[in-house]
Design a protein. Structure first.
Lengths: 375, 351, 101
């Protein structure tokens, strides 16, 4: 595909790697914020090609991993109700709630459907006027505008049987929370390119200045990631901490104004619990009161659900870089990719799942490396 | 911390931690394997099932017989490049072919849902008949049942087949040794992408048709070079990744795949890019993967390329003595990644 | 969160009051909502996520980035610091670099 294939070129990758190797003089810990970037790093084996001095810490930017247990349980409850068609992105079906997941709800007779776009869920609602159609609206700033537009259209066209269970999260408050942690080891950020395609980069200079940390807006193909690393390391080696855009082909400084305006209209900022991390102030979006009629939480009264994380699961410490996956007692015994206790074991790029795979291989041990605690 | 030996790891969690069947149990990955190993095989007993290959090879009246069965639940019934009728024949014929046998006879059971148009049944039956004739196999016996409306999905088909395994042919993963060359017969992921392109909720336009085909002739051409092939698999559900993992685990060797050498057509690569899927995990219906002794690899490759269904055959990797039981890909950039057995069905992702 | 891919707009039409496009992703064609890029034209590329065009893809910038990568080794061999050189060349374009100050 044009504009993907060119950015996977091995010869250009070698040039970028050579430059990184020539630049780095001491250890640096970088965090790639986005789960999509983690996926690309593992898929292409990028971390094994970087100098030993560079450690990539996988950030909490995977909506599958950080969607709070309480919201998953609400989804399971709603999806179990008779007459409901519950639509979701495929990622979310395997995420464990308290004791079960959406696959099991489907096995128990629930009508759970995987869609590609939230607009597909809206179409299903139009086609099934006598059913309640609920879409699981999760994701970061990239996915929020499509979901916002879908709710907006449902309201505009009076599609009353459509509602959304919203649990959106925002990147900048997460960066702030990570940098504010006394255990923080992160020295530079690869910011999530597609989040910035929507939101622009205006939120970042203040963070870069306050925490004296370089923030480099980075794309997702191998060359993009290498360029993000290269520019971050270059800044670190020079003692700089600025916001830099290494993904200019898809990111304008102002982002997408139309999308940002829609986000303002449909959502309002709220505190949000991140699974395994805790509540980060102002880090979430929920539907604004104007769209209450299409709010699934309101429509299905699912407040007061009792949640229970498996006591053995320490994915929260793993997500924060305080514990290596294999240091968890449940790792590889109670908890495997086949029987995940926590979200970090669910997706192949989750920190625990990646570690599980590469421990077995045991050659490129770097591949599963996680943040380790400061001792 | 603790030194876990994960190579010898077996999961203590019983299958019954999921009290009900989920779709992943039919996905050709870890869950499917558990269903067989933990429920079916212990319940049935017997030696033949222990082979757990695509087809069982049995001795009967002095002959070596390959015997296989497969059920077909594809949706939609008709898709670009084929239908459930084509799959029902070719799926079983190919399972037999992977043991070296040429399919001789098929049985065919239809489970029809009340209300299905007879015109649809006719079209499926005609496609099935045509596929059987093309594969040179006779439908010798059959059965039909009807279930109440809502208890089936239009048409389900089960076929079983038998064929003779030629003397001197012994295809099983246990024969794989380090140094064996891994050959794939052509482009991967084509069938899965063709099906996804017409599946509700995912629809996309793509000029691609299912690769559904009977592989008996191609296998004969390969065995004509040497009967000493080690193992063949048709990478259907779970794709190339599942087939290679099964072979690695059953043989106890490692497998290395050079990702850049795996033939992935642009349309497959791009559809996977949009949906967040990995082409190595996407289903095929007219391809095979072969583990061939190194000394025969060139000749087998030439024979495959001379056959229409193997024209794009290519070497993609080899069996190795490191990381036994695991499949590892060398990425285009020169890095390494583990190609694990899929857990269940592959789903489109946004992340 | 961020599986977005670049596609080329084949045609544009209004449907139920919504601006929709047929977009080609290297031989794979999907319907895409253009409400967030109302001035996107046929033939242009956009970054698409879950059926929505979220940002116009700047082809000129992509080309410059690739040229920069290609020049990396050579410039370094001949002149020293590749990045400084290339940044100076590209510096006129604000989109290429959004330094803090």
């Amino acid at each position: 595909m044009k504009y993907i294939d060119e950015f996977q070129d091995p010869e250009l990758a070698r040039r970028l790697l050579d430059d990184i190797h020539a630049t780095v003089t001491r250890p640096w810990a970088l965090m790639e914020v986005c789960g999509g970037q983690t996926h690309s790093i593992i898929r292409h084996g990028i971390d094994q090609l970087l100098p030993d001095e560079i450690e990539l810490i996988h950030g909490p930017g995977c909506p599958v991993c950080v969607t709070p247990l309480e919201v998953i349980d609400k989804a399971l409850e709603i999806a179990s109700r008779p007459g409901v068609i519950f639509c979701s992105f495929g990622d979310m079906l395997r995420v464990p709630g308290t004791g079960r997941d959406l696959f099991q709800v489907r096995g128990e007779g629930g009508d759970v459907r995987v869609v590609y776009s939230p607009l597909d869920a809206l179409r299903i609602a139009r086609q099934n006027p006598d059913r309640e159609v609920v879409f699981f609206g999760i994701g970061f700033e990239t996915t929020a505008p499509p979901n916002a537009m879908t709710v907006h259209q449902a309201r505009r066209h009076g599609i009353r049987n459509f509602s959304m269970l919203v649990s959106h999260v925002r990147v900048p408050p997460a960066i702030e929370a990570i940098m504010s942690s006394p255990h923080c080891r992160v020295q530079g950020f690869l910011a999530a390119g597609h989040v910035c395609s929507v939101m622009g980069v205006e939120e970042y200079p203040e963070l870069a200045e306050r925490f004296r940390v370089p923030i480099v807006v980075t794309g997702f193909e191998p060359l993009d990631i290498l360029e993000g690393v290269r520019r971050t390391v270059r800044q670190l080696e020079r003692g700089e901490h600025t916001v830099d855009n290494a993904y200019a082909r898809a990111v304008r400084p102002e982002g997408n104004p139309a999308a940002r305006a829609m986000l303002e209209d449909v959502f309002e900022v709220t505190d949000r619990a991140w699974r395994g991390i805790g509540v980060i102030p102002g880090s979430g979006w929920r539907l604004s009161p104007k769209y209450r009629d299409h709010d699934a939480e309101h429509r299905f009264s699912v407040e007061g659900i009792q949640t229970r994380e498996p006591a053995e699961c320490r994915s929260g410490e793993v997500l924060q870089g305080l514990l290596k996956p294999h240091e968890c007692e449940a790792f590889g015994t109670l908890c495997t990719p086949r029987t995940p206790l926590g979200a970090t074991m669910v997706s192949s790029e989750g920190a625990c799942a990646a570690y599980y795979l590469y421990r077995r291989l045991d050659v490129p041990a770097k591949a599963g490396r996680e943040a380790s605690p400061v001792v | 911390m603790s030194d876990l030996d994960l190579t010898a790891w077996t999961c203590p969690a019983p299958l019954r931690d999921r009290p009900r069947v989920v779709m992943g149990h039919g996905g050709g990955g870890v869950l499917s394997a558990e269903l067989v190993q933990q429920i079916f095989a212990p319940a049935y007993g017997g030696q033949a099932l222990a082979q757990l290959g695509d087809a069982a090879v049995l001795s009967l009246g002095g002959a070596r017989l390959a015997f296989s069965t497969d059920s077909f639940v594809v949706r939609p019934l008709f898709f670009p490049g084929g239908s459930i009728g084509d799959l029902a024949v070719n799926g079983t014929v190919n399972d037999l072919a992977m043991s070296g046998a040429r399919a001789a006879y098929l049985s065919c059971g239809f489970i029809l849902e009340e209300g299905v148009e007879l015109e649809v049944v006719t079209r499926v039956a005609e496609a099935l008949g045509a596929a059987a004739r093309a594969a040179g196999v006779e439908v010798a016996t059959g059965d039909t049942k009807v279930v109440e409306s809502g208890h089936g999905d239009g048409i389900f088909i089960n076929t079983a087949g038998i064929g003779l395994v030629p003397a001197g042919v012994d295809l099983r993963p246990q024969r794989v040794v380090p140094g064996d060359v891994v050959i794939v017969s052509g482009a991967v992921g084509v069938h899965g992408v063709a099906i996804m392109s017409v599946r509700e909720g995912l629809e996309f336009g793509v000029e691609i048709e299912s690769d559904c085909a009977a592989l008996g002739g191609l296998v004969e051409a390969m065995l004509a070079v040497t009967p000493d092939l080690h193992v063949l698999r048709d990478p259907t559900r779970g794709g190339l990744a599942a087939a290679l993992n099964e072979i690695a685990q059953a043989s106890g060797t490692g497998v290395v795949v050079r990702e850049r050498d795996v033939p992935v057509p642009p349309a497959v690569a791009n559809a996977c890019a949009i949906l967040g899927l990995d082409p190595l995990y996407v289903a095929n219906e007219g391809k095979l993967v072969a583990f061939v002794p190194r000394e025969h690899a060139d000749a087998v490759l030439d024979a495959m390329r001379a056959h229409p269904l193997g024209a794009d055959a290519v070497v993609i990797g080899e069996a190795v003595d490191t990381h036994p039981g695991m499949v590892v890909a060398r990425t285009g950039l020169g890095g390494t990644r583990v190609v694990d057995l899929p857990i269940g069905e592959q789903l489109p992702r946004i992340c | 969160m961020c599986l977005a891919v670049p596609g080329r707009v084949l045609d544009i039409e209004e449907r139920d009051g919504t601006r929709m496009a047929t977009v080609d992703f290297g031989g794979v064609v999907k319907e895409v909502c253009l409400e967030y890029l109302p001035d996107l034209q046929v033939g242009e590329y956009a970054v698409v996520h879950v059926g929505f065009a979220l940002q116009r893809l700047d082809e000129e910038s992509a080309k410059r980035t690739l040229e920069l990568f290609a020049e990396l080794g050579m410039l370094q061999e001949e002149f020293g610091d590749a990045w400084e050189m290339a940044a100076a060349e590209a510096g006129a374009d604000g989109a290429e670099e959004v330094r803090e100050r």
